[in-house]
Design a protein around this ligand. Structure first.
Ligand code: DOR
Ligand code: ZN
Length: 341
């Protein structure tokens, strides 16, 4: 049995670091485990210009513990009014790594998102031309569609025509939760990949209703039934370069979660790598963790692999009930792996 695992230093290809006091509280957790991270732009107001992204990047670096080597990779929040020249200039200047498409009202701070992707043709054409990745929150927002079906319907109604109409557009389907999304990404004749979170590998929708309403198990896309969790697990450990690590760590203070209308988001940053290690261990696939965590994402983005390593040891680690004002994912549970350092 492997009791000690050393892998190339990993990256987080999808994280919410927030701003202000929350940024100060959470940035170090992500930077401890990951060399780089794709930073989500859904602040209030959202990050829609290169100037705003540069300023946010500086605030992130300033929030890190002194001496931390961590590179935030910035994204541009797409709106109906996004100017393709602004994105292209920001990309060219090395500020924007990618663009993020939130369908309007799909999730937290997405009110300024895109109301109809068919209006975005000029922007999408430009992204395709300059080879800049489009990161997608893949859920339809039609309230007539059952919330558990919104990702599968998105794959059908939006992603399928999008890939057909923009055959060279680099796409990352973020935080996949369904067998349909996993199959689409695995099989598409298209430059497409997907990120996978720890929670969608470890919990199914029962966790949200386990003996009562469990707000800390609620995120978007919402966890699905067990068959989907198993399909997403198979994708993660398959070794396919199209699947890679993206925590979607999304902290909200306790009061915003434990509320009559609790926010969507799971804060998994403090023990993210340990949670993934548990999954790969359970699947007998520890030898594939490095590809998923440290190689596939960088290759898809066309970035160099990290130098340096991290080491995980098989050891009982109890996840605390609280990290600051936030309840972490798996609070109170024991994980079987610990990252050294
Ligand atoms: O659960 C989520 N929380 N899903 C998202 O897409 C956004 C995120 C947040 O910003 O809180
Ligand atoms: Zn997210």
């Amino acid at each position: 049995m492997t009791d000690r695992l050393t892998i190339r230093r990993p990256d987080d290809w999808h994280v919410h670091l927030r701003d202000g006091a929350m940024l100060e509280a959470v940035a170090g957790h992500t930077a401890r485990q990951f060399a780089r991270a794709i930073i989500m732009p859904n602040l209030t107001p959202p990050v829609t210009s290169a100037a705003a992204a540069s300023a946010y990047r500086e605030r992130i670096v300033a929030a890190l513990p002194p001496g931390t080597a961590f590179t935030p990779l910035m994204t541009c929040y797409l709106t109906d009014d996004t100017d393709p020249d602004e994105i292209a200039a920001g990309h060219e200047a090395g500020v924007f790594t990618a663009c993020k498409l939130y369908p309007a009202h799909a999730t937290t701070n997405s009110a300024h998102g895109v109301t109809d992707i068919r209006r975005m043709t000029t922007v999408l054409d430009r992204l395709q031309r300059i080879g800049m990745p489009l990161l997608i929150h893949g859920e339809v927002t039609d309230r007539a569609i059952d919330i558990f079906d919104r990702e599968a319907v998105f794959v059908d109604r939006v992603l399928t025509p999008l890939t057909r109409d923009h055959p060279a557009l680099k796409i990352v389907l973020e935080h996949i939760t369904t067998a349909e999304a996993a199959a689409f990404v695995a099989e598409a004749d298209h430059p497409i990949a997907a990120t996978i979170t720890p929670q969608h590998l470890l919990i199914n929708r029962n966790a949200i209703f386990d003996g009562g309403l469990r707000p800390h198990a609620y995120c978007l896309p919402v966890a699905k039934r067990e068959t989907h969790r198993l399909a997403v697990r198979r994708a993660a450990v398959s070794g396919s370069p199209r699947f890679f690590l993206g925590t979607d760590s999304a902290p909200h203070v306790i009061g915003a979660k434990e509320s009559g209308c609790g926010c969507a988001g799971i804060f998994n940053a403090p023990f993210a790598l340990e949670a993934y290690a548990r999954v790969f261990d359970e699947e007998g696939a520890l030898d594939r963790l490095e590809g998923f965590a440290s190689e596939h994402g960088a290759r898809f983005y066309g970035l160099p692999l990290n130098e340096g390593t991290v080491t995980l040891v098989r050891e009982a680690v109890v996840v605390p009930d609280r990290v600051g004002d936030v309840v972490p994912f798996l609070a109170g549970e024991t994980l079987g792996w610990r990252m050294l350092g």
